[in-house]
Design a protein around this ligand. Sequence first.
Ligand SMILES: [Zn+2]
Length: 277
Amino acid sequence: MAISWLADVLRGAGVEVVEEGDWLARSAGSSFSPVGVLWHHTAAPSSASNPHPALNICINGRSDLPGPLCHALVDYHGVFHVISANRANHAGRSGGSGPIPAGDGNTLMIGWEIDYAGDGGGGVQQRMTQAQYDASIVATAAVLDRLGRDSSYARGHRETSTTGKIDPSYIDLGSMRADVAAAQGGTPTDPPSEGTQLRATVGNLNVRTQPTTSAAVVASLANGTVMTVQCQAVGEAVTIGGNTSRNWAKITAPASGYVTCHYVETGPNLRVSACPV
Ligand SMILES: [Zn+2]
């Protein structure tokens, strides 16, 4: 199928759209039966003066991967640049995530490349802009409505990847799905309070028995370790780089205990429920 309705559906939801050239014909093959939406970051640093640094590569591809590389690129200002109505090389294989089955991710999903650096492999680090986040929520809700699917059919590349992709960085995917569910007018299908997967952003991160630096260490985690965060606890104030926060993440995996929020990928606002006291 071709999603030739994409630009109209996005505009109808209030998203600003730029149709990039012959997007209706641009294609990376024929097998395309999307059931959901996949979120990515481009790893390119964007700014107000350079709002879509990865646009050309998403249209034309790379030496090792022909374009199109997504269906729409979301620029710094939250504008959707529509690139393809057909199969695109964005997802690779899906290992299965939520209701998205294992299989050919480029057949199964529509891809947004959100143009920000994320954890750019040790170079520039950049979070998604608020405009990118807001537009991505509205666009995802509108497209899932069109597909007749709920918010659980929106996934992050790091959830479906079988090759260790980390995108999109610095975003709580459970919270993002909850916001899509709200935009669709339903109830969240994936409440973050049930446990949200978040990464550690420093090596030798101590997991402690209580939310204080004087409590016993039960584990020490490597940089990038995926933790299951149950809730946000208030504990000892910790100051890192001039920022002070009393928030600690209570985690249940890969160990049970507390880690300071400074070294959780979302930063001090974990966007999970407060722990019962
Ligand atoms: Zn990706």
